[in-house]
Design a protein around this ligand. Structure first.
Ligand code: TXA
Ligand code: MG
Length: 351
């Protein structure tokens, strides 16, 4: 039995305290964060953590992000960190930011997929923070979605996949940001973005003067090599239908070019402004072409909606990969299994 609490109008501190103690005692709670919903368990309870892997169908070597409510909790689970790491922590925590640090022994390797490092995040969402504080223990929480599917950003999507499995769900409406946190690991003194998010490369440069974007952000991981972030090995955010990502930074005939790819039962996912411009069976708007924050917020819901029409083919209109667009394009490349066309270069891959 899954019990749902709605906190959209009012957040009841007594219920938060109750859910905090339930988590501490091994129960599984799906809770809101500012990025996406998380499926949470007490990091010190191996059985609870194991249930998360089980519910998601997640590979055991894919590490979980550990959520904390304050810096005291941080210092309990990681070894002292460098100056660069401290600057990043001071600038971006709480917020949509995860930093990879060396873990202390109290963090068991079943949480970190066997690694000696742990990804730590302090959400800014008030419900998340209060819940972690009430639990009194760090909460391991991957995104609330079945492995391979788009992350849950609203109650309907989360409920569909986890009702009857998890113990509790907190409904707090649509996630503000809609894409998962920026994951950063400092390597040789330079912050390396392993997964892009709302905190952009430019934001990081402003704080520490340097940043690198890992190769696997816009390219598939080479599975013969050691990967820095195990998550990149796995299928992600994917619809059921075969999917093509088409993008262009400057091509004047971009829209015309897209028309060449439409087949009878196609669904296009693209900007609101273009919704009447194509002769295709379904069109799902992901928001205004000029508003990357809106697209971030709606993209996972749009992919799920497109899939629900059961089209034979999905075309997703890509965006610029600058600023917040980097995170969107990272997810769309994965959602399409790197099946993309860049109209500008007319570089084709696996179409
Ligand atoms: O916004 C978010 O980060 C959400 C919310 C719920 O907080 N959580 C989330 O967790 O996206 P998950 O498990 O879906 O993604 C975790 C990502 C994976 O790509 C994983 O490989 C990476 O973080 N990661 C976690 N620990 C790591 C570590 N020690 N070293 C390298 N990568 C790590
Ligand atoms: Mg995930």
């Amino acid at each position: 039995m899954t019990k749902v609490y709605n906190f959209m109008n009012e957040m009841d501190q007594e219920v938060i305290n109750f859910l905090g103690s339930e988590i501490k005692n091994g129960k599984i709670v799906i809770f809101p964060t500012e990025t996406v919903y998380g499926i949470g368990a007490n990091i010190f309870d191996p059985f609870a953590v194991d249930r998360i892997f089980d519910f998601k169908g997640r590979a055991n070597d894919n590490p979980l992000i550990v959520h904390i409510s304050d810096k005291i909790m941080l210092n309990d689970i990681v070894f002292p960190y460098s100056d660069v790491e401290r600057k990043l922590i001071d600038a971006f925590m709480p917020g949509p930011f995860t930093i990879i640090l060396n873990k202390r022994d109290c963090v068991n390797k079943y949480v970190t997929g066997g690694l000696n490092t742990v990804g730590v995040r302090m959400p800014s969402n008030i419900v998340a923070r209060k819940l972690i504080k009430a639990a009194g223990v760090p909460i391991a929480a991957p995104s609330a979605n079945l492995s391979g599917k788009p992350s849950g950003t609203n109650i309907d999507d989360v409920y569909d996949e986890f009702n009857g499995k998890v113990d509790y769900i907190i409904d707090y409406g649509d996630s503000d940001i809609g894409l998962e946190s920026t994951v950063v690991k400092v390597i040789d003194g330079i912050p390396v973005i392993l997964r892009p998010g709302k905190i952009t490369p430019e934001d990081i440069i402003e704080v520490v003067g340097a940043v690198k974007v890992h190769d696997t952000v816009l390219k598939p991981a080479d599975l013969n090599e050691k990967v820095e972030s195990p998550g990149v090995k796995y299928k992600h955010y994917a619809p059921e239908a075969k999917t093509l990502l088409i993008y262009s930074d400057y091509c004047s005939y971009f829209k015309e070019a897209i028309k060449n790819y439409i087949i009878p039962n196609t669904c296009i996912i693209g900007p609101e402004e273009w919704k009447n411009d194509f002769d295709c069976k379904y069109y799902v708007s992901y928001g205004s072409e000029n508003n990357l924050s809106e697209i971030s917020k709606k993209i996972y819901k749009s992919i799920r909606l497109a899939d629900s029409y059961k089209p034979d083919f999905i075309i997703i209109v890509g965006v610029s990969d600058k600023g917040e667009g980097l995170a969107i394009m990272n997810r769309l490349l994965r959602a399409s299994s790197y099946n993309f066309v860049n109209i500008d270069k007319f570089r084709q891959n696996k179409v």
